[in-house]
Ligand binder design. Structure first.
Ligand SMILES: *Cc1c(COP(=O)(O)O)cnc(C)c1O
Length: 342
């Protein structure tokens, strides 16, 4: 099966498994795990932040950030398809006691006037706006990259109103690859950034949260509250460090593969892609197709390719490290075959 359901499905390669076996470890709750410490140092440097924290997942990194930035009763301004809104079990409300203030978006971009209007003035009735949320690349938007002009605009608003910005950069390095910008140049617009080691970079476990020293010190405590204080975590940090150092460069391959698939989807099938394919995600709409989304998932599966139904009328293809150029050739043939016998 050629697995295009997500970029989280990749398995650690032999090098990663060897690094796990040989990792020098210590008790990370005492901050004595040299491998974790090196991963945190390297991640902070790469993002141009003072400090970083290893978390078990992107969700845990995002939630530690929310718990650190906000107080109960506050509100977070975000787009209405943000991962934190749709896919994190309402954890911001359940754990941090804050509510989302969601705004319509186009490829992750919210109208700046609408964002400004959503920032609460002081009033006895209102929640306070505690945080502005960005997602880069934007998952539901089709792996879309937030434009620099937008990041600049959001930062200016945040500074004007004195509100911190968190960037859910689960796929930050995909954004960096697609724009040719340094990761730190993108992270600079946010006070805190979360990115995943376990997606396009191909590590088996983990995410990083980066910010100021003071922010990370508090986030470390919040991570402990969330059950993320791990002991000899070097065994999982080692493949993460390797992924971060050695496998950022490979994301271009995923992007090229996605562009190739997108071309075939648009030209040889009755699916429609309504977003720019900039990175490794394709959201293909089925409203123009003789097959429903569920029928596409089934038909592709029968031919040997796994995708997910993503919306009532869309399927998602996500290229990843375990999908080779030959696999892409195979998927191209499958799509052409399914496109011809509709
Ligand atoms: C995957 C993802 C997360 C969460 O990561 P997990 O490691 O699955 O918890 C957060 N935000 C975005 C945009 C994601 O795609």
């Amino acid at each position: 099966m050629i697995d295009l359901r997500s970029d989280t499905v990749t398995k650690p390669d032999d090098t990663m498994r060897r690094l796990m076996a040989e990792a020098i470890v210590g008790d990370d709750v005492y901050e004595e795990d040299p491998t974790v410490n090196e991963l945190e140092r390297y991640a902070a440097e790469l993002l141009g932040k003072e400090a970083a924290l290893f978390t078990t997942s992107g969700t845990q990194g995002n939630q530690a950030a929310v718990l650190t930035h906000t107080r109960p009763g506050q509100e977070i301004v975000m787009d209405n398809e943000a991962h934190v809104y749709i896919y994190e079990g309402a954890a911001i409300s359940a754990f941090a006691g804050v509510q989302p203030r969601v705004l319509p978006h186009e490829a992750g971009v919210v109208d700046l006037d609408a964002m400004e209007a959503a920032i609460r003035p002081e009033d006895v009735h209102y929640p306070e706006t505690g945080l502005i949320w960005l997602e880069n690349t934007h998952n539901r938007g089709g792996g879309s990259v937030l434009p620099f002009s937008y990041l600049t605009g959001v930062r200016a608003l945040a500074d004007e109103y004195g509100i911190p910005v968190h960037m859910d950069g689960a796929r930050l390095f995909n954004a960096a690859e697609a724009t040719g910008r340094q990761p730190a140049a993108i992270a600079a617009f946010a006070d805190s950034v979360q990115f995943c080691l376990s997606k396009g970079l191909g590590a088996p476990v983990g995410s990083m949260l980066a910010g100021t020293k003071e922010f990370i010190q508090t986030a470390r405590k919040k991570r402990k509250m969330l059950g993320g204080g791990l002991r000899q975590a070097g065994v999982i940090a080692a493949p993460g460090l390797y992924a971060l150092q050695e496998r950022r460069g490979r994301l271009k391959e995923d992007h090229d593969h996605a562009k190739r698939l997108a071309h075939v989807i648009m030209n040889d099938t009755d699916l429609t892609i309504r977003h720019d394919v900039e990175t490794n995600i394709i959201v293909a709409d089925t409203d123009t197709s003789s097959r429903s989304a569920a029928e596409w998932v089934k038909a592709l599966h029968e031919e040997g390719a796994a995708v997910i139904q993503y919306k009532p009328e869309a399927v998602r293809f996500t290229t990843n490290a375990d999908v080779s150029p030959d696999d892409i050739d195979t998927v191209v043939s499958i799509l052409q075959k399914l496109g011809a016998d509709r």
